[in-house]
Design a protein around this ligand. Structure first.
Ligand code: ZN
Length: 144
């Protein structure tokens, strides 16, 4: 039985983690935010031509976030971020270009190592677009 947060995104996929043994159940306040995050992902999905989005990391409890080396202030811990891919639409860079060119509201959009997209919501809604590369860290804008 899946619990749906929105039409296409389930609670289970938004709280899945490889960190076996660590509690990753979201508190109530986070659950509310996960529903809002799922609604934004629905907008991204529509923007990408209704292509299925595969969430690789949504909510992270503080313990899970520490285990995966996430930032100490990670929006994932608030339920306000999702890492995802959308292979049917294209590469993470192509997805980032489409989201950046849209009028979608977000705080951070990060193309991560050519491997996935990080979309962070809430906070200051900066619409900040970044590229992350191993060994180089974060840089402004998108680059191949
Ligand atoms: Zn992320």
């Amino acid at each position: 039985m899946r619990t749906w947060l929105s039409a296409h995104f389930s609670l289970e996929e938004m709280i899945a983690t490889q960190q076996r043994g660590l509690d990753n159940r979201p508190p109530q306040a986070v659950l509310t935010r996960l529903r809002q995050t799922a609604e934004v992902l629905e907008q991204v999905r529509a923007l990408l031509g209704d292509s299925p989005i595969l969430v690789t990391s949504g909510y992270r409890s503080p313990a899970v976030n520490r285990a995966v080396g996430g930032s100490a202030s990670s929006a994932h811990m608030r339920g306000e971020a999702a890492d995802f891919i959308c292979p049917r639409f294209g590469s993470p860079l192509a997805v980032c270009r489409a989201v950046a060119a849209s009028d979608l509201a977000f705080d951070q959009l990060i193309e991560e190592a050519g491997a996935w997209v990080h979309l962070g919501l809430g906070g200051r809604w900066r619409r900040e677009v970044l590229t992350w590369r191993p060994g180089q860290g974060y840089g402004r804008g998108l680059r191949p």
